[in-house]
Design a binder for this molecule. Structure first.
Ligand SMILES: [Zn+2]
Length: 268
């Protein structure tokens, strides 16, 4: 019996190893070794956008995030959502979720707003240099797949981007305050298209090459970007020099509020 037992053990061990190897290769083929943390901007009492805005940003971000989750899960990615319904999740928690997974990437979905109704277009933000390829790929697909103007890749110190220790991007998928873009975004097939394009960027992020790369022709060009970090810093230092109560209030503000305040400023 000991002999049979050992044989049995060996068979189990071989089968287990084979199983693990299959899992590993499937993982490599589908990209499922990466955890994609999808962050639907805003939620709960944080509606997103600007006062008086007709379409709630928090609803559109959640819808696109859920669509993105389905696409990526079908591709074999492990997907984690920072929120699955209409709840307020503090920005620190959102970043902490991203940081709690090894080999994760963080994709925050937002829609833009501005007092100037004519403001339109797609823009993608990153902060850390290692996030630029992901920002480039996501922006490349979303901007080229949308009828909206391309506002470019931008580097800015949004809270969730600064705090994430994994490649992290924030994509602004158009302006809800622009009647033309709001009409597009109100259409579910357009929101599905946005999710599909973001997913394509995630899938293709390792194929981003700079134009000077020895790889020759770029599969997806590493995007040049508008550096807005200095603007943010001067704004922050001005705020710091004001009353400390203001500073405390500011620290509780959501990133989205911060983002929208900046959008207003930018568009003013
Ligand atoms: Zn937002």
């Amino acid at each position: 019996m000991p002999g049979n037992f050992c044989h049995f053990c060996l068979v189990v061990a071989v089968l287990s190893t084979a199983g693990l190897m299959c899992a590993a290769s499937a993982s490599a083929a589908s990209g499922s070794s990466t955890t994609v943390v999808i962050d639907a901007g805003h939620g709960g009492h944080d509606r997103g956008g600007i006062p008086g805005q007709r379409i709630a940003e928090k609803e559109m971000t959640l819808d696109v995030a859920q669509r993105l989750k389905k696409v990526l899960a079908a591709d074999g990615y492990r997907v984690v959502m920072t929120r699955e319904n209409d709840v307020f999740i503090p920005l620190g928690t959102r970043a902490a979720i991203a940081n709690s997974y090894r080999n994760a990437i963080f994709v925050s979905v937002h829609f833009n707003s501005a007092k100037r109704v004519g403001a339109d277009g797609i823009e993608t933000y990153f902060y850390g240099r290692d996030s630029l390829p992901l920002a480039s790929a996501v922006h490349y697909f979303v901007a080229s797949g949308a009828p909206s103007p391309n506002r470019g890749v931008r580097r800015r110190g949004y809270y969730v981007l600064r705090r994430a220790r994994v490649p992290a991007v924030l994509v602004e998928c158009g302006f809800l305050t622009n009647p033309t873009e709001a009409a597009y975004i109100s259409n579910s097939s357009y929101r599905q298209k946005l999710a599909d394009e973001i997913a394509a960027g995630i899938r293709e992020r390792s194929n981003v090459r700079s134009s000077t790369s020895p790889m020759g022709a770029a599969t997806i060009p590493l995007q040049s970007y508008i550096d807005q970090t200095k603007v943010s810093k001067s704004k922050r230092s001005r705020k710091k020099s004001s009353k400390s109560s203001k500073r405390k209030k500011k620290s509780r503000k959501s990133a989205a509020t911060e983002a929208n305040a900046m959008s207003d400023k930018k568009e003013a």
